[in-house]
Design a protein around this ligand. Structure first.
Ligand SMILES: C[S@@+](CC[C@H](N)C(=O)[O-])C[C@H]1O[C@@H](n2cnc3c(N)ncnc32)[C@H](O)[C@@H]1O
Length: 262
């Protein structure tokens, strides 16, 4: 678990951003039991399928957890990270600064038409995303998948890690997964991880980030959580979007890493 911050909150530098990224990783590990295994499955696919000098698109990057892992593990890789939360974008910019021109961070609303223009036509070998696409309604998800299918070259891959909940046809599994989630959260918070709201409160101790809170609230005001789409929906939507091969590369209870290849 990450140690408490001892830096001056008035200075939002790379060290402060990286500290918030580590606190975010601890926090997310409470909601995603085997989060690092998810990321390992994703990077294994990249290692076995993509060139060493790959470019990834980190979709809904948050503070840059995926980009940080890819840029650290693949010294010739480039990451283009996009998100719509101004606080998380600011943290990602600071946390990924150490990678210089290998990291780019863009302000993008995945629900807006033409969001992909932020990529300025650059070629991408793989799109990676985690714990994010459940924010999108089913029709928005299909639109994003279709845009990604157009964006990726033949052979390019999409990896989406997320809880894809069991539906009413699997009540026992749904109950087990839900009780497992509750237990992991209880244990991880007891070990000192911040919860989601407490992480934002910690970020807001930095005046530079606190100033972005109102903008964040406005941006996400009319975006209620969506009905959760099960695995079958994702696989069908990916096929409809134009991906040639779809499947699952990792699963733990209802947590999946879904794979799709152009
Ligand atoms: C739980 S976080 C996950 C962040 C990161 N991928 C991770 O696993 O640590 C979900 C992210 O989705 C982003 N998001 C939600 N709706 C979005 C949208 N319409 N456009 C871009 N990003 C969005 C949020 O801002 C947030 O950063």
């Amino acid at each position: 678990m990450t140690a408490p911050d001892v830096t001056d909150v008035n200075v939002f530098d790379q060290a402060a951003a990286r500290h918030l990224l580590h606190l975010w990783d601890d926090q997310q590990s409470a909601y995603v039991a085997h989060r690092d295994l998810r990321f390992e499955a994703m990077t294994d696919v990249l290692r076995l399928h993509c060139p060493d000098d790959l470019t990834i698109l980190d979709l809904a990057c948050g503070p840059g957890a995926i980009s940080d892992r890819v840029l650290a593990g693949f010294p010739q890789a480039t990451a283009v990270a996009v998100d719509y939360d101004p606080i998380l974008l600011r943290v990602a910019r600071g946390a990924l600064d150490r990678y210089g021109s290998r990291a780019e961070v863009h302000d993008v609303d995945l629900v807006a038409d033409g969001w992909e223009k932020a990529l300025a036509g650059r070629s991408v070998d793989a799109v990676l995303t985690s714990t994010a696409l459940h924010w999108l309604a089913p029709e928005q998800l299909l639109r994003v998948y279709t845009t990604l299918a157009r964006l990726l070259p033949a052979g390019g891959v999409l990896l989406n890690a997320d809880h894809l909940r069991y539906d009413g046809s699997a009540p026992t599994l749904r109950d087990i997964a839900s009780r497992h989630d509750a237990r992991v959260q209880q244990e991880t918070f007891a070990a000192g991880a911040l919860d989601y709201s407490a992480w934002y409160a910690e970020a807001a101790r930095h005046p530079e980030l606190a100033e972005l809170a109102a903008q964040r609230e406005r941006r996400f005001a009319d975006r209620p959580p969506q009905a959760l789409a099960p695995l079958d929906f994702h696989l069908a939507a990916l096929r409809t979007a134009g991906f040639a091969e779809v499947g699952t590369v990792w699963q733990y209870l209802d947590d999946h890493v879904v794979f799709a290849r152009r």
